[in-house]
Design a protein around this ligand. Structure first.
Ligand code: AMP
Ligand code: ZN
Length: 144
């Protein structure tokens, strides 16, 4: 692994992908690994990672990103069919400002069971300034 891929010896998820740190594995193939979050937000909270080290979602090659989300979809389906979840949140945090604590790309698949579970995953803005949405749309389009 260390020779084949991007690998950060100080990264905890690289160590998990390399088998140096144990995890509760739920899926593995050549490129992707999924395991249970050690500090779950709900019953069955899973993480999907690329085995190769990428700092975050924004820099993952498209083919690997597609594979990772395909696995996240399967896990979400299994949380519903096997654990009785009523839905799930698929989340990936990019950089510290957005809550990313492990700097190796990962997708959270968080099953939801109860509307009163107290999980705060609502990103509705508390906007105080009035935004010019058409201008914002143009700004983003320029970068695509
Ligand atoms: P984030 O805050 O988006 O970077 O998410 C990192 C997630 O990794 C957190 O939910 C942690 O609970 C989880 N985590 C950290 N270390 C481990 C580990 N050794 N095994 C499983 N999950 C972990
Ligand atoms: Zn890593």
């Amino acid at each position: 692994m260390a020779n084949k891929h991007n690998f950060d010896p100080d990264c905890i998820f690289c160590k998990i992908a390399d088998g140096k740190i144990p995890c509760l594995k739920i899926y593995e193939d050549e490129d992707i690994l999924a395991f249970l979050d050690i500090s779950p937000s709900s019953k069955g909270h899973a993480l999907v990672i690329t085995k190769e080290h990428f700092a975050n979602f924004l820099v993952v090659p498209h083919d690997l990103l597609a594979k990772a989300y395909e696995v996240a979809q399967k896990i979400g389906q299994a949380q519903v069919s096997q654990l009785g979840a009523k839905g799930c949140n698929i989340i990936t945090n990019v950089n510290e400002i957005a809550g990313q604590s492990v700097k190796h790309f990962h997708i959270h698949v968080i099953p939801r069971y109860d509307p009163n579970d107290g999980l705060e995953l609502n990103f509705k803005p508390k906007m105080i300034e009035k935004l010019n949405l058409p201008v914002l749309a143009e700004e983003i389009k320029k970068g695509l």
